[in-house]
Design a protein around this ligand. Structure first.
Ligand SMILES: [Ca+2]
Length: 127
């Protein structure tokens, strides 16, 4: 009997340690940074190049990024929607348009779009 209780105590303690270890690793997991902050299914705009600075994730079209306090500040993008999107230099999908491939992750500076994007929506640029 004594031996049985000892064994049970050991098993109980082992289970407790396992739970503690699991909780510790969950707490220790690093917060997402950079482009990784873009959740699956979202079209994300970042304030700075290389996925840095503030970020907003869109699930659908946005005729004015000003409503998100994100007008004319985007420097990089990540498209996790699985389809092409398009971004525009003016509100209401006007001005110059840049198509963004379904899996694009990168800057917009090389397309002369730095700090110029004012609206965005799923689908390609108007023909
Ligand atoms: Ca910027």
């Amino acid at each position: 009997m004594v031996k049985f209780h000892t064994m049970a105590a050991c098993l109980s303690m082992a289970a407790g340690l396992a739970l503690t270890a699991a909780a510790s690793s969950a707490v220790a997991a690093p917060a997402a940074t950079g482009y990784d902050r873009c959740a699956s299914g979202n079209f994300c705009l970042f304030q700075d190049i290389d996925g840095q600075g503030r970020v907003v994730g869109l699930g659908g079209e946005r005729a004015s990024l000003g409503s998100l306090d994100f007008d004319n500040i985007t420097s990089s993008l990540r498209n996790r929607t699985g389809r092409v999107w398009s971004v525009y230099t003016n509100v209401n999908f006007g001005g110059r348009c840049l198509p963004v491939a379904a899996d694009y992750t990168g800057n917009v500076t090389q397309y002369s779009m730095n700090d110029q994007i004012s609206s965005a929506r799923p689908g390609g640029c108007p023909s």
